[in-house]
Write a protein that binds this ligand. Structure first.
Ligand code: PMP
Ligand code: GLU
Length: 403
């Protein structure tokens, strides 16, 4: 008889997958707070506002109306139609309900699209800095991420020349967010046109445009790349309700994709989760068709806070900033502190600085190796003015101790 103990282990696929650093940082900050530490959490990218009242009312009504059964996998038809109408009207996309697949957050929309598009060995060009979950998703699809880096001196924007140089016969897609998480960079219509012109020359290349921060833009003229005629059949637009409507926990996102790809996403989702929560779907419907004033008010508050954080950061020596044009993040270069020490801790990386600030200043941020930019730190300014002032004050004090 074989008495050797077999150690239980997870699959290689999951063992090799990195954990979401944003969620990990948020969990660590919560754990610190649970111990009674007065930690200011600027780590998780999540609105600090509550879901607007009319959206909550729609959900309550849905419960009372017994809308608690399974819906069709891509959502009930009324929601798909409303999303298609929004995309036609606001974003000039030529879509109908059959192009829309609603999922359990934009996160699931992204993994659906990537899994349904990318074959093993296919290359996906990822604008860098990138959102943390893009690379693990490409990895799960056995694709190869090709990083194209934007420079902080150019607001972290990737240039058309960089994109053109990165495309190979194996390129399947380009993937970016605008406004960007983690940088807040927003691409203009002209810049997107230049990308579209390049992609149009390579008929095997698709565009995955993550527009989840669409409602949080600080300048006029938000534009969706899928509106350009020459790439409209090869663009997948991903969006959701978490950020613009303060609905992170409701878990509703969507993809607008060519019908053949939307159908593939429905097939995949049908085997994983089915439709997202029916009650949340009714809430999302209210968000999309009813009053947008609360979203605009939140956007105005984020703009005010951005300016507050920028002005406070300018008072801190050595931190290099730029002006984010959307989302609620700022991503300063902190490399000037590398090699410095407070006498006990020596800072070798942005992650070290992040730890130092968490344990010494009790401010939770995200160190940015997980965003593909090792010199930077992500600060979320989705927090109250008071919290932001106090956090930046603490950061300034503790950074001053590093010599
Ligand atoms: N894309 C980006 C760029 C994000 O920041 C987020 C935030 N979590 C998501 C997608 C996913 O959002 P959700 O799943 O909450 O809709
Ligand atoms: N997107 C947010 C962030 O970047 C939420 C956390 C997550 O889903 O990764 O912090």
């Amino acid at each position: 008889m074989n008495t050797a103990q077999v150690q239980p282990s997870v699959s290689n696929r999951i063992a090799n997958l990195s954990e979401s650093q944003t969620l990990k940082m948020a969990a660590q900050a919560r754990a610190l707070a649970a111990k009674g530490v007065d930690v200011i959490k600027l780590s998780l990218g999540e609105p600090d506002f509550t879901t607007p009242a009319h959206i909550k009312a729609a959900a309550k009504q849905a419960i009372d109306d017994d809308f608690g059964f399974y819906t069709p996998v891509p959502a009930y038809m009324g929601l798909r139609e409303a999303i298609a109408e929004k995309l036609q009207k606001d974003n000039q996309l030529e879509v109908t309900a059959e192009n829309i697949v609603v999922s359990t957050g934009a996160k699931q929309s992204l993994i659906n699209v990537i899994s349904c598009l990318v074959n093993p060995g296919d290359e996906v060009i990822v604008f860098t800095p990138y959102w943390v979950s893009y690379l693990p998703m490409i990895q799960l699809a056995e694709g190869k991420a090709v990083l194209v880096e934007g420079d902080i001196d150019n607001e972290f924007k990737v240039t058309p020349e960089q994109l053109a140089a990165a495309i190979t016969p194996r390129t399947k897609a380009i993937l970016y967010s605008s406004p960007s998480n983690p940088t807040g960079t927003v691409y203009s219509k002209e810049e997107l046109k230049a990308f579209a012109d390049i992609v149009a020359q390579h008929e095997q290349v698709f565009i995955i445009a993550d527009e989840i921060y669409e409602y949080i833009t600080f300048e006029d003229g938000y534009f969706s790349i899928g509106a350009f005629d020459h790439v409209k059949d090869r663009t997948i637009t991903v969006n959701g309700f978490s950020k613009g409507f303060a609905m992170t926990g409701w878990r509703v996102g969507y993809a607008a994709a060519p019908k053949w790809l939307a159908d593939a996403c429905i097939k995949m989702q049908g085997q994983f989760t089915s439709a997202t929560c029916s009650i949340a779907q009714k809430a999302a419907y209210a968000a999309i068709v009813e009053d947008k004033t609360p979203s605009l008010q939140m956007r105005d508050a984020y703009l005010r806070r951005r300016d507050l954080v920028l002005s406070l950061l300018k008072e801190i020596e050595g931190i290099k900033t730029y002006v984010p044009k959307g989302a609620f993040y700022i991503f300063p270069d902190v490399s000037t502190y590398f090699g410095k020490s407070d006498g006990t801790t020596t800072i070798a990386s942005a992650n070290d600085l992040c730890m130092y600030l968490r344990y010494e200043a009790h401010v939770a941020l995200v160190g940015c190796e997980c965003f593909g930019a090792p010199n930077c730190l992500r600060i979320s300014f989705a927090a109250s003015d008071e919290q932001l002032k106090e956090a930046l004050h603490r950061i300034k004090d503790k950074l001053a101790l590093l010599k």
